[in-house]
Ligand binder design. Sequence first.
Ligand code: F0G
Length: 352
Amino acid sequence: HRPWQGIIEEYRDRLPIAHDTPVITLREGGTPLLPAAHLSDLTECEVHLKIEGANPTGSFKDRGMTVAISRAVGAGSQAVICASTGNTSASAAAYAARAGITCAVLVPSGKIALGKLAQALVHGARLLQLDGSFDDCLRVARELADTSPVTLVNSVNPFRLEGQKTASFEIVEALGRAPDVHCLPVGNAGNITAYWRGYLEENNRIASGRPRMCGFQAAGAAPIVRGEVVTSPQTIATAIRIGNPASWDLAVEAREASGGLIDAVNDREILAAYRLLARREGVFVEPSSAASVAGLLKARAAGRIEPGEQVVCTVTGNGLKDPDWAISGAARPETIRPTVAGAAEALGLQRS
Ligand code: F0G
């Protein structure tokens, strides 16, 4: 058994990578597909979690970034730029560092989780904070890339979605076919588009079947559900705090073609799912990632997912990215005397 090589080498024949394209990889992909016993009991479905927080920079963005940065370097680019709610910037910064090129990131001021900020800085990216939303950042990044010698590595870069589609390949391989339902959070709507593309390609290749694609936006940032741009999106799920998704039409197409749905889950539902994942499944995700599970619970309760169905929920990012949120929501540490007696007393243990 040869070690996992990263998604470009594993799926080279299904990606837009020529033999002479340099491969910039952190050996991303190959993430766990984890059976979720508690969620399966709760929903009477067979639920699996695709743990994308296990990627090198802690989110699914690495799958797209390895392809986008490899192509940028292959084309002679010396600098990349992106707008981000945090994870794209962390990933771009890491892959640019590995490639030895410059990276600039535009983020909404005060609206990205601390761990993601730390990642962009530690990898040496130029971190520009902008007094505005993600949507404002993306507009600026796009225009700058159009008018200056920097390559845009947001998911409007077609190579990003090509890389991200490989998660569907891994799921089909693990299950032996496509699941009945696939749930995931929706922000800029690139990932739902990429997964759908991956499932379609697998179905053409090996008749694996196709899932119903179920995407979930945060209620305060749900333009696709509402059918209109949200000018001032609000949610504690900062990664998906987006009011005008770039891949809006493609996400609607995935929903229509698959017979799926795009719905909203509120912050309370997102946090309940976040705690359930941590406490009952042992899986620590960032709040935005829990939108897929919150959505599963909501859709199941509404009868839009049936008992007995096989469901995959993508959990998109690692919980350590957002330590402030994790600590503020959890129980407090207790301080004790530095003795065995002190510990035993705090834990209510009888000592012999
Ligand atoms: N989950 C996480 C943890 C994310 O970081 C994102 C997007 C999504 C879900 C939504 O995916 O945009 O493809 O619909 N984060 C982007 C960023 C916007 O800048 O890191 P999407």
